[in-house]
Each structure stands twice: as C-alpha cells, then as structure tokens.
Ligand binder design. Structure first.
Ligand SMILES: [Zn+2]
Length: 204
C-alpha cells in the first residue's frame, strides 16, 4: 500500500461530522485552508470507491488544528470523531455489522470487545485502514496499521483525536458508559502504528 486511498464514504462522513461540530462556515474555512476547496458544498458521494489519498484526510484534520488552535481543536476533533461513528451507523451499517446485535445481554467486557472488533473489521474491510484489537488484563488496545487521521504528518504528540472520538462513541453506544481512551503510539510521532489504549474499567 504505497499510496493508500480513502473511499468517498470516509471523507463524506468526516465532512458531515465536521459540519455538525464546526458548522457550515467552519467546514468551508477548514476545506479552503486545507487546499480542498473543490469539496466545499460538494461532498463526496456515499460509496466505497477510492476518493482521495490518506494524506488529504490528515490535511483536513491539521487544518482544523491550525484554524481553531490546538486546544480547542482537540475537543472539537473528539466530537467530530464521535459524530463519525453515528454517521457510520446510519449510512454504513453493513460496514460496522453492529445493528441488530443483542449486545445488551452480554457482559461489559464482551460488549467492549465486540464493538471495538467490529469497528476494526469494518475499517479493514471497507475503508482501507487495517486495524485489529488486542486484549490485555486491564485494557484493550485498538491498533491501526494505517491511519488516515495522521498519514504524512509529523508531530511531537499523538494527533489522532477523531479516532479517539469514534472509539469513545462506539463504546458509549455499546455499553452506555464512558471510558478512558488515550493514544499511546502514533505514526505522526514516529511510531509503527497508531495504537489506542482503552481502560476496561468505566469512568464514573
Ligand atoms: Zn494516526
């Protein structure tokens, strides 16, 4: 995968989610900053055909940081990420394979494992972003071998806040609870993967 491409649906879901959090003006400003003016009021269609290189997704995320400042951007990007999970559930239920699962009857640990594994499988299968889940004694690790959120970026600290938001929202959907999720390895800081640690014990 020398030039990994994101499907139309990934970028579409990102833009719709940004619109919810940043408003139409925020999206327009960000797209102009990112040099992606062609997408202003012209979002990609809702299909899985190749759309843009991974770098473009990362460029949009970076433009949000530049436009709002790192601090405000972090919170906004986590909210954008939360919305991407909701849009993916609405627009691409088959990708996630979660609708209709009787998660409520499962123990908390299995609810967590199921939602994380299904997100990883959907990303791998449909969105060209291979990912898998590892279980440890006190946490799950969500490991992305490729990551549109930071492709081509260099940073001192992990930057993949949209992924954190998507994981948080998926866990909330599956369990009704909030968890501590942090990115412990990031390709933007030179890591081999983008890896997220999800504590098994919910927050109060
Ligand atoms: Zn990343």
């Amino acid at each position: 995968m020398s030039h990994p491409m994101l499907p139309n649906a990934s970028l579409r879901v990102l833009f719709l989610s940004m619109e919810e959090v940043l408003g139409q003006h925020g999206v327009n400003a960000t797209l102009n900053t990112a040099g992606l003016t062609r997408f202003v009021k012209n979002y990609p269609p809702n299909n899985l055909e190749d759309c843009v290189p991974f770098e473009d997704y990362a460029t949009v995320v970076k433009a949000v940081e530049d436009f709002y400042g790192p601090r405000a951007a972090r919170a906004s990007l986590i909210r954008v990420g939360r919305a991407t999970f909701q849009y993916a559930m609405k627009e691409h239920p088959a990708t996630l394979g979660l609708a209709g699962l009787a998660l409520k009857v499962l123990p908390l640990n299995m609810q967590m494992k199921t939602v994380l594994s299904n997100i990883a499988a959907g990303m791998t299968k449909d969105l060209n972003e291979p990912a898998h889940v590892e279980e440890q004694a006190d946490c799950f690790l969500y490991v992305k071998e490729a990551c549109g959120a930071c492709q081509g970026r260099k940073a001192e600290k992990p930057v993949c806040f949209t992924t954190i938001g998507a994981i948080l929202e998926g866990l909330k959907w599956a369990t009704g609870k909030n968890f501590d999720v942090s990115e412990i390895v990031c390709r933007a800081t030179g890591g081999p993967t983008c890896t997220f640690r999800i504590a098994k014990t919910p927050l109060e």
